[in-house]
Design a binder for this molecule. Structure first.
Ligand SMILES: [Zn+2]
Length: 146
């Protein structure tokens, strides 16, 4: 099911870990609607500004999947509010991160959190982006270096 021009529900739900373990990572209707918002309000604007394909490595996670991949208990992935994305090639992840930062600075994008996830100080392994959260600090930048 297509959510936007370049993002499908399937890619926001797919998980190799869930598949390998036989876990059903199918979201409920509320989560599906949230994933649609994530695609419309966050992912597609980034994709359009980027001008090329973006790989989603993790979107929605059922509780079992979230726990198994070491996700935090209040992860926005559990609600369909977050996606981990990579540039193609992955060595351009730092440019993707810089673009998101610029879009937020320009007021063209609003996120809950933008997290530089692992990799090195020069290139993240992936970038976590999420929908803004009601009553919480948004457009928050977090950096996790390994
Ligand atoms: Zn994430």
């Amino acid at each position: 099911m297509k959510l936007t021009k370049n993002f499908s529900l399937e890619e926001l739900v797919f998980s190799i870990t869930a598949l390998n373990n036989g876990w059903d990572n199918t979201p409920n209707p509320e989560v599906k609607a949230t994933l649609k918002r994530l695609a419309v309000e966050v992912l597609q604007p980034i994709r359009d500004a980027w001008g090329g394909p973006i790989h989603v490595t993790s979107g929605y996670r059922c509780p079992r999947l979230n726990a198994s991949v070491g996700g935090v208990k209040n992860s926005q992935h559990l609600l369909g509010q977050a996606a981990d994305i990579q540039a193609i090639p992955m060595t351009s992840n730092h440019r993707l991160h810089a673009l998101i930062k610029q879009m937020i600075a320009d007021g063209r994008l609003k996120v809950g959190q933008c997290i530089w996830e692992y990799g090195s100080k020069t290139n993240p392994k992936w970038v976590h982006v999420s929908l803004p959260r009601v009553g919480k600090k948004n457009n928050q930048f977090v950096y996790y270096y390994s």
